[in-house]
Write a protein that binds this ligand. Structure first.
Ligand code: ZN
Length: 476
């Protein structure tokens, strides 16, 4: 039974989808006016893991991830583009002149990063700029129903009209009155009201005609427009980073529920912050890393994927190069193990004992059922590896057992989502030589075994006989 921690109820709840067998997930996507950083990646990995596990358990998932491409850029931003931005960004801004071109550039970058991390693409990535008419329609309806008001071409949501305001974040009107930081605007009735539509100053490059002014939508309304458009009035799961809880998701609830009259989201999932050097990442602190930084330091996207899965999405996580190094070693360990199993599986080793995979499968599911506990699921995998390696070392793991473990691995990895290097990179010719060498070793023909090792090494692979069995690596 899958349970998920719902930020709204602040408890773990049994997951029950609105429509049997089907799940709708809405994930707040990137703002495409800059490179996404590893903190963003952590949030996308949460929605990816949720989706993967729901699919593992047999649900048909429909996932929407929006692209926030409504930028509030001015000519100055584009022409200067050097307000503390990094070099590549400056170059991009120099080369790509229109906001649309810039947005497409960063959107491509975001999609490339997701691909390298093996994050399954959402079924649709709607762009905010393509949904302004839907936003206007919702705002018109909110004004008509008395939840929103217009002044001087600006439209605000009147928070005092929505009794449930603050239920997600705990920022109720009472507590907001005590002094949360709120955006100021002279046309607001109450300081805690939020913008649905704003009149654009003359220098704004992106603006749209509306019944109220030539302007642009407030930050929150796009998610209501796109989620209702693609997932209906009620969504099963809405994901995002914890910094989205307030004001973004609180505002999404208020405006959507007042518009539809229905419950907006059944389960709210939020990942906690990723810290670097004990601080939240930000450009101004100079502690903001992108996937490119990770790769420049000799690590791979899979090292990062494993690092993130090694910590529960609801625990605050501290990024460090040392932890990434450990993740790298663990990916290597998994990689070597699977290569070994593949070699054993293609042999014909027969032993009386059969490796029992059922307990590991059960433990994997129990971990994932418990609010997507990936660190526990991973430690279960490491346990499986060490037990199987023990049998390999004792020359007791049969080819059938290896096949059984590989089949379980395939299922588990549909959730972990690792792309292992060795699998794709060891050609069939080398695998054949490995098999022959194993036969030779089995028959205690060490001369032949050594000769085969030389042949394999001449072809660019290294063979290592360890206590955990034979390891094949691409010679570096
Ligand atoms: Zn959103």
């Amino acid at each position: 039974m899958l349970t998920l921690y719902n930020t709204f109820s602040k408890t773990k709840e049994e997951f029950v989808s609105l429509n049997p067998g089907k799940v709708g997930i809405y994930s707040c996507g990137p703002t495409v006016y800059g490179f996404i950083h590893i903190g963003n990646i952590r949030a996308y990995l949460l929605s990816d893991t949720a989706r993967r596990y729901l699919e593992y358990t047999g649900y048909e998932v429909r996932q929407i991830k929006n692209i926030t491409d409504v930028g509030h850029l001015t000519d100055d931003d584009i022409n200067q583009g050097d307000s503390g931005e990094d070099k590549i960004e400056k170059a991009a801004l120099r080369e790509k002149k229109t906001p649309e071109e810039i947005a497409r550039f960063y959107e491509e970058y975001f999609k490339q990063v997701e691909k390298e991390l093996n994050i399954i693409p959402a079924h649709f990535f709607p762009r905010a700029t393509a949904h302004v008419p839907q936003m206007i329609k919702i705002i018109e309806s909110l004004i008509e129903k008395g939840f929103a008001y217009e002044k001087n071409g600006n439209v605000f949501f009147d928070v005092t009209k929505f009794a449930d305001y603050g239920k997600l974040s705990g920022n109720t009107l009472e507590s907001l009155k005590v002094g949360a930081r709120l955006e100021e605007h002279p046309d607001k009735k109450n300081p805690w009201d939020f913008a649905l539509w704003l009149k654009a100053p003359i220098e704004h490059l992106m603006k749209w005609q509306s019944p109220w002014s030539s302007g642009y939508p407030g930050w929150h309304i796009e998610c209501s427009a796109m989620s209702t458009e693609y997932l209906g009035n009620t969504i099963d799961i809405h994901t995002g980073g914890e910094d989205n809880i307030f004001p973004h998701h609180e505002a999404e609830i208020a405006q959507t529920e007042c518009y539809t009259g229905k419950q907006f989201v059944r389960y709210w999932l939020h990942n906690r912050h990723l810290l670097v050097d004990g601080k939240k990442m930000s450009k101004s602190k100079g502690n903001l890393y992108t996937l490119d930084d990770i790769k420049e330091n000799g690590f791979s996207a899979m090292d990062l994927r494993l690092l993130f899965l090694s910590s529960h999405y609801r625990s605050q996580m501290e990024f460090s190069w040392q932890a990434l190094e450990q993740a790298h070693k663990n990916i290597q360990k998994i990689n070597d193990f699977i290569l070994n199993l593949e070699a054993i599986a293609t042999n014909n080793f027969v032993f009386s004992n059969i490796f029992d995979t059922s307990i590991f499968k059960e433990k994997f599911q129990l971990a994932m059922d418990d609010d997507l506990n990936t660190p526990l699921a991973l430690s279960n995998l490491y346990e499986l590896i060490s037990q199987a390696n023990g049998e390999i070392a004792a020359e007791q793991l049969s080819s059938d057992s290896a096949k059984k473990i590989l089949s379980l691995w395939k299922k588990m990895n549909s959730v972990f989502g690792f792309i292992l290097q060795g699998q794709a990179e060891v050609p069939e010719e080398i695998k054949q030589l490995i098999r022959e060498r194993q036969y030779a070793r089995e028959g205690k023909d060490f001369q032949k075994s050594d000769d085969l090792r030389n042949i394999i090494e001449k072809k660019g692979y290294t063979v290592e006989d360890t206590k955990d069995g034979m390891k094949i690596k691409i010679a570096s």
